[in-house]
Design a protein around this ligand. Structure first.
Ligand code: GCU
Length: 672
């Protein structure tokens, strides 16, 4: 049955005319022997893929036969092979159909076994997306070093902000029982180039650092290792007190420092290639260095010192905000920017894409470009906490592209900050909060798989275009028929603007109801912390709507580069998409469309609803080309989304109308 378990690695039988071509191009797999575990994984994947598509798996061979897939590294010194090894880096690959020693072969070349694994997946992707196998000539090198999933998985298997079932990690049965799904998880990640995974929630329990849990994590690391994936853990800052019986967790206390060193030594004894720690400190009630009057650098550097002898890294999160702050959006910059240059070399500061919290649209985080002496990791959220969970079809590729390509006006785009090229950093990372769980389809819906896919591909190469990545995904996951594939891509690409419009148009943000963050709650204004209230963010009143972040308000806009701050300080030069993020404007403010702000707001909500209806129509038109099971499932989800887009629109407009006191503009129909 087509239930989505196979993700984009479906390897379904190809039509007869393609089968012949494919078989002729995969007669055998030539690789160095004996194979390492990573090389073995590459070979096994190629065999599995070709077997699935043609019915026959190519054998592993040491002889260069015509039609071979040749897995080549410089060590093998294959006569006649001309590969620009130096350009391929440690993990990059080259894919080329060519003549070698008089035979037509396909070369997959890399400097490491991990590169061969990625190259093998790239070849399978080329096959599944209908590339001409006689003329392959591709090459790719990752621009970012650490491409990581962050699992917000608790040890009791609840996944914070998870909408795809329980945590994959069966802590109770680990380390003895290794679910076959762990291997499939690793295959899927390796196919995208993801090379690390943080197993546990940033709101972590100290228990994950105890010996029994380290043994369990080591068992998972053992499964992932052949796929080039390292294990990382979220570390609770107060662990020395909670586990070590110390009186303090003060990062400058010698006993605390010794405790972390001993802990790191213990971890590396158990997991020799352990990646490092992810830390949420002094954020939303979590313990941290500020509890002892120290700063973020003091905390991060202490952990860095413990990990450094083993080559581990600290990913220190910059997601901080306190109720006293004048503007929640401004606090991370205020706390972190002055610490630029103060972090140890194996610390990377992990910054969310925007300054609030994974909203349908935010301007890029002002820290990007503003801390030249500190490596900054980009944190994206793949799970859709604020974008309709797994029921709403919202493709995140365009959101990822928008933030990566945003010009910081400090010498380059966010992508150039994150890939280290702008400020000359070697330590680089992109992290994605995973949307993976025990659901049969892994991600809670068929289309949410595409968000995992887009994250992985764009972490490898932040300059990939969302449209191209969506095309790859749709071809592998649904259909290679160009017209249908493109119709799916159109639908995916439109979906992001749709959700912005029906939830939070024109720069509005955080209108979601409390706690769950699913439906609308713009009226909520009685939470224990003011900076959690939707009314705090939209500031709608008789006089107008929006958060004034210019000089007359919080002045958070000044955290951006002067050129950008100037543009965004004036409503006339602020893009309409960000208008109410930066400005509080009267309801009759004239918009570029010629409408008043009030009329524009309503038009955007209507456009969002219309766009979802359109997605439904497009999907219905694809029925003949999609298997009935997945087609019906997506249809059902789209019906929920159509209903809930109206819920969002009607609730928000009704609420804002109660505040503005304005009638619906002429020509506006009562909601249907
Ligand atoms: C959001 C989210 C929390 C999460 C936090 C974080 O606020 O709602 O569940 O813990 O982000 O990123 O730390």
């Amino acid at each position: 049955a087509e239930d989505g378990y196979d993700l984009w690695l479906r390897y379904r039988p190809v039509p007869a005319e393609v089968r012949g071509v494919l078989q002729a191009r995969a007669r055998a797999i030539v690789a160095a022997t004996p194979t390492t575990p990573v090389l073995q994984a590459a070979v096994a994947e190629l065999q599995r893929g070709v077997q699935g598509m043609t019915g026959k798996a190519p054998a592993l061979s040491t002889r260069l036969v015509p039609g071979a897939l040749v897995l080549a590294t410089p060590a093998q010194a294959l006569a006649g092979l001309d590969v620009p090894w130096a350009d391929l880096g440690r993990e990059g690959w080259l894919l080329r159909s060519q003549k070698l020693q008089g035979r037509d072969v396909t070369v997959i070349a890399a400097n490491s076994d991990a590169g061969l694994l990625y190259g093998s997946f790239a070849w399978l992707r080329a096959v599944q997306t209908g590339a001409n196998l006689a003329r392959l000539d591709q090459r790719s090198v990752p621009k970012v070093g650490l491409r990581l999933l962050n699992h917000w998985d608790n040890l009791d298997r609840h996944v914070e902000r998870g909408y795809a079932g329980a945590s994959l990690w069966d802590w109770w049965k680990l380390p003895d029982i290794l679910d076959a799904r762990y291997t499939d998880y690793a295959r899927a990640n390796a196919s995208l180039g993801i090379n690390g995974t943080v197993l546990n929630n940033v709101n972590s329990k100290a228990d994950s650092l105890t010996a029994p849990y380290l043994a369990k994590a080591a068992a998972l690391a053992g499964v992932f290792r052949p796929y080039g994936i390292k294990v990382y853990l979220s570390a609770r800052f107060s662990a020395p007190r909670e586990l070590g019986g110390l009186k303090t967790s003060d990062p400058l206390d010698p006993a605390v420092r010794a405790w972390w060193k001993a802990k790191a030594d213990e971890i590396y004894k158990t997991i020799p290639d352990f990646g490092g720690f992810l830390v949420k400190a002094n954020s939303e009630g979590q313990p941290g260095p500020q509890d002892y009057g120290r700063n973020h650098a003091d905390g991060a550097n202490m952990l860095a010192e413990a990990l450094a002898p083993h080559g581990g890294v600290v990913m220190w999160r910059a997601f901080v905000y306190a109720p006293e702050a004048k503007d929640r959006a401004a606090q991370a910059f205020d706390e972190f920017q002055p610490l630029d240059g103060k972090f140890a070399p194996n610390v990377i500061v992990q910054v969310k894409n925007g300054a609030i919290d994974f909203q349908p649209r935010e301007p890029f985080h002002p820290l990007f470009g503003a801390m030249p002496k500190t490596p900054l990791a980009l944190e994206l959220q793949i799970t859709k906490e604020y974008l309709g969970f797994a029921t709403h079809l919202v493709h995140l590729g365009p959101l990822f592209e928008e933030v990566l390509q945003a010009d910081t006006h400090r010498g380059g785009t966010v992508a150039r900050v994150v890939d280290g090229s702008l400020h000359g950093h070697k330590l680089t990372a992109v992290a994605g909060v995973a949307n993976i769980g025990t659901d049969r389809n892994w991600s809670g819906s068929q289309f949410d798989q595409a968000n995992w896919y887009a994250f992985g591909r764009m972490a490898w190469d932040p300059d990939l275009k969302a449209a191209a990545v969506a095309r790859e995904w749709a071809a592998q996951t649904f259909t290679n028929k160009a017209a249908s594939r493109d119709a799916i891509v159109d639908l995916m690409l439109a979906s992001r603007e749709a959700v912005v419009d029906y939830m939070t148009p024109l720069g509005l943000h955080h209108l979601m109801d409390t706690g769950h963050h699913y439906g609308p709650g713009p009226w909520v204004n009685d939470l224990e912390r003011a900076d959690w209230n939707p009314t705090y963010f939209h500031r709608a009143a008789r006089d107008g709507i929006g958060f004034d972040r210019t000089r007359t308000g919080s002045n958070a806009v000044a955290q951006y580069a002067p050129a950008l701050a100037r543009l965004w300080s004036d409503p006339r030069t602020t893009p309409p998409e960000l208008l109410l993020w930066f400005h509080h404007l009267p309801w009759d403010h004239a918009m570029p469309s010629g409408r008043t702000l009030w009329a524009e707001l309503i038009a955007r909500y209507d456009a969002g609803v219309a766009s979802v209806d359109d997605m439904g129509r497009r999907w219905a038109g694809l029925r003949a080309d999609i298997d009935p099971e997945r087609h019906a499932e997506v249809t059902a989800y789209l019906a929920v989304q159509a209903r809930e887009a109206r819920w969002w629109r009607d609730a928000c407009i009704a609420y804002f109308q109660s505040v503005s006191g304005l009638p619906l503009p002429a020509g506006t129909r009562p909601p249907a």
